[in-house]
Design a protein around this ligand. Sequence first.
Ligand code: GDP
Ligand code: MG
Length: 143
Amino acid sequence: MAIERTFSIIKPDAVAKNHIGAIYNRFETAGLKIVAAKMLHLTKEQAEGFYAEHSERGFFGALVAFMTSGPIMVQVLEGENAVLAHREILGATNPAQAAPGTIRADFAESIDENAAHGSDALESAAREIAYFFSAEELCPRTR
Ligand code: GDP
Ligand code: MG
């Protein structure tokens, strides 16, 4: 088992509904440790840059509008096979198809506003972590 780091966003809908603590509890219950965290209100440019891979999709404008609609929490999670472990507790992109007990099944209303983000691979995790955090902001959990 490899210790990995992955990147998480609690999106504006879940922050607005006061679900930050409940979602952090899901991370910790799954054995994922938070090694960096902060609240941000994304600019249009930040949201467009983060989701650049989707810039040609029909939903891109709606996605950027949603992601800039209120504050978010961004965090780095560390643990065994963290990328996959985090995607598993997150659930499918469309909450209507997310497995019972997953974050998106329990906290999201629709594919447009689906509560949380998780990196889909180690490479995207490294890129997404670096998009929001400097190396000095990551706090190894050695104790
Ligand atoms: P994820 O990795 O599970 O978040 O899914 P994707 O990388 O495929 O899409 C990124 C984000 O774009 C999703 O989490 C949704 O917020 C949004 N998204 C994806 N598909 C749709 C769609 O059909 N309509 C809208 N409005 N948003 C979508
Ligand atoms: Mg994705």
